[in-house]
Design a protein around this ligand. Structure first.
Ligand code: ZN
Length: 284
């Protein structure tokens, strides 16, 4: 049995055992996290299919989100998932739920992909904030993520609305905090995954690529009334990135890194430290 196949089987059983329902409890201690597993139901997201193994982004994002929610709950941080099972869910209701709950952060989890897997550059982790971009790769990725079943996403703006969105973005009071959240999450993930590679000789963690914090018009983040980010937790099309998210150890590391970053974000809020972190935070 080759590694990919073994990992895929391990993933499938882990995904089944991860089907735990988290109740939407009240905002108990004044800080609530909403985690959004990308895609779901008939919207598979990106799919890796090499003829032997078939893995859909929607299953990986759900497994990561469930694990992150479990980790946050263990730390007594209230968390709600936009979906806790495989179901259809348009983009609009995801932030609507976060707004309704008056959440403090909104984190949408996705997996990246490339149509040309031979591209050695197409690997690694990147975190996005909602903003306009001139970068073609980010634009293409946003267009892919904004697509639901080959059509425009529900609530997705027409071209004519883009000017209005950009005006709103300029007035977006959450932009700085979204940026700080993105940098804290990106740094935490890179540090934790690198540490996993050093500590355990876990091969996929050895060469994780830092793609940095970026910006693009992701519709799922539109309308969020709190700091919000979209995490691309690696490329399903890249063997090492794939092996990382398909291993329970890799997923646990990612979930812990997200939870630690959220705690750090919350702890530093409004302090000089937060200002310094923001000044260091570079958006590409
Ligand atoms: Zn996605």
């Amino acid at each position: 049995m080759d590694l990919t196949r073994a990992l895929s089987i391990a993933c499938a059983s882990a995904l089944l055992s991860a089907a735990v329902v988290y109740p939407h409890d009240a905002k108990a201690n004044g800080f609530r996290v909403v985690i959004d597993p990308g895609h779901g139901g008939v919207d598979l997201g990106t799919v890796h299919d090499d003829g032997r193994v078939r893995i859909a982004e929607k299953d990986v994002t759900l497994a990561l989100a469930l694990e992150a929610a479990r980790e946050l709950r263990a730390r007594k941080v209230p968390v709600t998932l936009t979906r806790d099972k495989d179901q259809d869910l348009p983009l609009g209701p995801r932030t609507a739920l976060a707004n309704r709950l008056k959440a403090d952060v909104f984190i949408s989890i996705h997996m990246n992909s490339t149509p040309i897997p031979q591209l050695s550059d197409a690997q690694g982790i990147e975190t996005f904030i909602l903003n306009n971009t001139t970068d073609m790769t980010s634009k293409r990725l946003a267009a892919l993520e904004n697509m639901v079943l080959g059509g425009a996403a529900e609530g997705a703006p027409e071209q004519a609305d883009v000017a209005l969105i950009l005006r709103d973005l300029r007035l977006d009071a959450n932009l700085a905090e979204s940026k700080r959240l993105a940098c804290v999450i990106q740094d935490s993930l890179l540090a934790s995954i690198t540490q996993l590679g050093k500590k355990t000789a876990f091969m996929p963690a050895r060469s994780i690529k830092d793609r940095g914090v970026k910006q693009a018009l992701f519709y799922v983040l539109l309308g969020a009334e709190m700091p919000s980010i979209l995490l691309e937790a690696g490329f399903l099309s890249h063997p090492r990135d794939r092996a990382l998210v398909l291993s329970p150890q890799g997923r646990r590391t990612i979930a812990r890194a997200i939870a630690s970053a959220i705690e750090e974000f919350r702890r530093a809020k409004g302090t000089r430290e937060a200002q310094r972190a923001l000044a260091r935070c570079k958006v590409h």
